[in-house]
Write a protein that binds this ligand. Sequence first.
Ligand SMILES: Nc1ncnc2c1ncn2[C@@H]1O[C@H](COP(=O)(O)OP(=O)(O)OP(=O)(O)O)[C@@H](O)[C@H]1O
Length: 256
Amino acid sequence: MSAQDVDIYYGEFRAVTGVDLDFGKNEITALIGPSGCGKSTLLRSLNRMNDLVEGARVEGKVMFLDQDIYAKGVDPIEVRRRIGMVFQKPNPFPKSIYDNIAYGPRVTGMKVDSMDDLVEEALTRAALWGEVKDKLKQSAFGLSGGQQQRLCIARTIAVEPDVILMDEPCSALDPIATMRIEDLMRELRDDYTIVIVTHNMQQAARVADRTAFFTALADETSGDRTGVLVEYGQTSQIFENPRDQRTEDYISGRFG
Ligand SMILES: Nc1ncnc2c1ncn2[C@@H]1O[C@H](COP(=O)(O)OP(=O)(O)OP(=O)(O)O)[C@@H](O)[C@H]1O
């Protein structure tokens, strides 16, 4: 998947400018940078989630399997099935654990031999099966925050996406639940391409194969701040040997 010369607007305001970025297949890419530099905005553009935001508009291309997901005739629902998203706050449906997983395959009309097997498989891959297998009919709200987030990951996996976008998936979780999600991400990488927005630089350093650092620059004419990609590379290079002074200032805590 790649972003090609992507600009993203909210009305007249250009929140993100000129992003070119390749997301490696079966890799974890972390998007980092100070608050307001457009990380979440960019992430949401990668599966057309911005279509649902009033006034949001994307220019440029987001290529996925040789097709621009913004091209005419592309079904945004299908895009979001292939490119799933996990949000900052766990947001299970007000349904049973089982139905949280079964919902996506049902509404997308997936051909499923055995829904029970599909539910077990998704929960197993999200490292949650052992904890919930005896209470599948209970409400998802009875789970802990970390379990709810793994349920949301299982729900995303259930519709067989190729890419999983994660917007600060651990920011509402305690350190132990965070570690479990990070372990899970490393396991899922073998089968999925993952893009994660994180404020936690240690997290980026721990899980990401590649890291993209963004900052917000003031537009010369309007004075508005717009998000730009500063530097992108192997995570070890970004953290140990950044090429741009702004990256170095950020990762060393001098800025942001
Ligand atoms: N729905 C919206 N309508 C208008 N402006 C928005 C909207 N969402 C975000 N913005 C603006 O776009 C810019 C980028 O916001 P975004 O949330 O993408 O940044 P971020 O880097 O993810 O920030 P944070 O790290 O604080 O989550 C900000 O100036 C923000 O105020």
